[in-house]
Ligand binder design. Structure first.
Ligand code: SAH
Ligand code: SF4
Length: 359
């Protein structure tokens, strides 16, 4: 059993079974999520016999590092983890300056006003069942859901690395491999575990969930009134184009997704982000921007556009800087705020699923 799959109550139950005092649960919890211990022998405040029980009954390392890559600018690291069943998952650390200072180039942690953001991009599944045509993870198909502990462990892996450098994680985006709303319960359990104030204490508002647009789950998420940020991968402004890129659109049409987003905003009063991979001559024209703006009118939202990261299984190319700037301008003229993000870590296959797909 993976120890990160257990919440505090489950640890307490286990200790009861082992006839250990109840207060030990909190000590283990703090060891794992405050001190970031990753092996039983680090828990020097526990009895030797309890450490042995931990060692014999629980796993502290759910994966091994298959490979890692640093971008040439040194700001991005991608790690490929190998799970015991040989499945591969990716998690990325991105070091940012403060995007408010320079929304176009957010790369320089030494730049003016850099706020040293340390953002983790975490996977929720090995592979993905949604089959989006431009996505390397979609191209490899679905392998399996990750457990909550496997999601948590990716965060802890980087948290330990940053701690060694006297730094800490500032943001977590569930935008690695997989569709988090297809693995809803485990994803939320992972967030809850990391959110616990007596443990890792990572604020809900510093998480972002990105979904391809699973309508029932968007509504459920809205009903739960979580403070986690919500991003929707839209990429197209009409159903015909969206179906061609995102097969899930056969099931959930753009209007249904937007209705669900309106419901989310009504329930939470929080702004929705729409993600848009800018593909040259496909979805990057001012006309498309105007159509998009018309659909989003009246919704508390903004558009986060990023030039496509080309993948081997898809012929589309990235938009140019000029076309990206025009797209942004057209959207904003129509009243929809838009940021263009520069691709990061392109040279290390930092796009979703690209490293796992190439091994
Ligand atoms: N399954 C979720 C989260 C993982 S994908 C989702 O689809 O939202 C994270 C983001 O990367 C999504 O917005 C997705 O559309 C985008 N993406 C996938 N492949 C990409 C590529 N090749 N270039 C640019 N963005 C890509
Ligand atoms: Fe899955 Fe998201 Fe990739 Fe689509 S873009 S295949 S939903 S990971």
């Amino acid at each position: 059993m993976l120890i990160y799959d257990l919440d505090l109550d489950s640890i307490a139950n286990l200790l009861q079974e082992w006839d250990e005092p109840a207060y030990r649960a909190k000590q283990i919890w703090q060891g794992l999520y405050q001190h970031l211990y990753d092996s039983p022998d680090q828990f020097t405040n526990l009895s030797k016999s309890l450490r042995t029980k931990l060692e014999e009954n629980l796993s502290f390392m759910p994966f091994k590092v298959n490979t890692y890559l640093d971008s040439s600018d040194g700001f991005t690291r991608k790690t490929l983890f190998q799970l015991p069943d040989k499945n591969l998952i990716e998690a990325v650390l991105m070091r940012y300056g403060d995007p408010a200072d320079n929304p176009q180039i957010t790369g320089s942690p030494t730049g003016r006003g850099a706020k040293n953001r340390r953002t983790l991009c975490i996977s929720t599944q090995a592979g993905c069942a949604m089959g989006c045509v431009f996505c390397a993870t979609g191209q490899m198909g679905f392998k399996r859901h990750l457990s909550s502990g496997e999601i948590v462990a990716q965060v802890l892996y980087y948290a330990r690395m940053l701690k060694d450098a006297n730094e800490s994680v500032t943001n977590i985006v569930l935008m690695g491999m997989g569709e988090p709303f297809h693995n809803y319960d485990n994803t939320m359990a992972a967030i809850d575990r990391l959110n616990d104030p007596s443990g890792f204490n990572f604020g809900a508002r510093r998480f972002t969930i990105s979904t391809v647009g699973l309508v029932p789950q968007i509504r459920r998420f809205a009903d739960e009134k979580r403070q986690v940020n919500l991003a929707i991968s839209l990429h197209a402004a009409d159903d015909e184009s969206r179906v061609a890129m995102l097969p899930v659109n056969k099931r959930y049409k753009i209007d249904d997704v937007i209705e669900a987003c309106k419901y989310y905003v009504a329930q939470t009063h929080r702004r929705v982000t729409f993600e848009w991979a800018l593909i040259n001559e496909v979805n990057d024209s001012p006309e498309v921007a105007k159509r998009l703006a018309a659909r989003l009118k009246g919704l508390l939202c903004h558009v986060n556009a990023i030039p496509l990261n080309p993948t081997t299984g898809y012929s589309g190319q990235a938009t140019s800087r000029e076309r990206a700037a025009k797209f942004k301008e057209s959207l904003e003229q129509a009243g929809i705020p838009c940021t263009i993000r520069m691709r990061r870590g392109i040279d290390i296959h930092a796009g979703c699923g690209q490293l796992a797909g190439s091994v």
